[in-house]
Design a protein around this ligand. Structure first.
Ligand code: RIB
Ligand code: CA
Length: 316
């Protein structure tokens, strides 16, 4: 039985790969994609998501527009121009009319809610807003598998990983809601580098989703190799989806984790009790390792699948 998931994205290149893997691998039923601000303003992440869904042969997957700013941020006029526009053909699908937050509340109070893992791979604003409106929702969400955070250090700055830094208050609401969380942080994604040779293997697959994934990955990977001297690129969000496809792929340790929101130098840090010395009950299964070769094989498996899209009636 395929695992139902809702994927929450701030589409950028790696989110697009996560969408393609989740949409095509038979181990996953991609119920819906919800969109948030993050890698770019929402006016860019939404069309980027629609492009990935359209080009990746996933037109049957509903896409819900979501939060345009972080929980405590003042709305900024979004020019819609800044941030990375995905270099893919214009989308052939439209977003749902319903807002992501309203969709999440309706869906998780429905019959399939308790069987559906929530997979946020961007800032956590959508779920934070839903929980603020409806605290009881936390009892309906069975598990969160999220790309975000870093239990040892930072990412976007010395203290914080981007998805958490983009909305620390939102992350704090989610990490304190009592929902079981598996955190796929930077210490995991840095062990799962994808190389140009891996991308060449993807190109050889020649399915629609493999072509799109190779197209959106290669430049990003070459940039990381050039900029950081790595052996490959981090396709961050794909690691979270790979864990859904093969539970246990990411090795974890239970830790107490909370989010720093005040520190002038540490705002956005996922503060993790690595040693267990605080005596606080662990609330997060923190990713500490991943088998890179197996991760790449899972990515290739997902992007090789030729699956007739299930036509699911959904209202636009
Ligand atoms: O820090 C990496 C994360 O930030 C990824 O989810 C990437 O897409 C960006 O959202
Ligand atoms: Ca992301």
């Amino acid at each position: 039985m395929a695992q139902k998931i809702i994927l929450d994205v701030d589409t950028g290149n790696d989110d697009a790969v996560a969408i393609l893997m989740a949409g095509h691998h038979p181990a996953i039923e991609l119920v819906a994609v919800t969109v948030t601000h993050g890698n770019a303003v929402h006016a860019v992440t939404l069309p980027n998501t629609l492009k990935a869904v359209s080009a990746g042969n996933l037109a049957h997957v509903p896409v819900y527009p979501g939060a345009v700013v972080a929980l405590t941020e003042d709305p900024k006029p979004s020019s819609g121009l800044n941030g990375r526009v995905l270099d893919l053909p214009e989308p052939t699908v439209r977003p749902q009319q319903q807002h992501a937050v309203d969709f999440l509340r309706e869906y998780y109070h429905g019959p399939d809610g308790p069987q559906t893992i929530y997979v946020p791979v961007g800032p956590l604003t959508n779920l934070a807003l839903a929980l603020r409106l409806d605290p009881g929702l936390a009892r309906r969400i069975p598990r969160i598998v999220t790309m975000g955070g870093a239990y040892r250090g930072g990412g976007r700055n010395p203290a914080a990983e981007f998805n958490i830094l983009a909305d620390p208050e939102g992350a704090r609401v989610v990490y304190n809601a009592g929902i079981p969380i598996l955190m796929v942080g930077l210490e995991v994604t840095e062990q799962a580098l994808v190389t140009p040779a891996d991308v060449e293997r993807l190109k050889a697959i020649d399915t629609p989703q493999a072509r799109v994934a190779a197209a959106v990955m290669l430049d990003e990977i070459l940039w990381m190799i050039q900029e950081y001297g790595w052996d490959g690129g981090q396709i961050f969000d794909a690691c979270a989806v790979a864990e859904i496809i093969e539970p246990g792929l990411v090795s974890t340790t239970p830790m107490w984790v909370d989010i720093e929101v005040n520190g002038s130098l540490t705002r956005g840090r996922t503060v993790a009790d690595i040693s267990g010395r605080t005596g606080r009950t662990s609330n997060v299964d923190v990713g500490i390792g991943i088998d890179r070769a197996r991760f790449v094989e899972i990515m290739i498996e997902a992007l090789s699948v030729i699956r007739q899209p299930t036509i699911r009636p959904h209202t636009a």
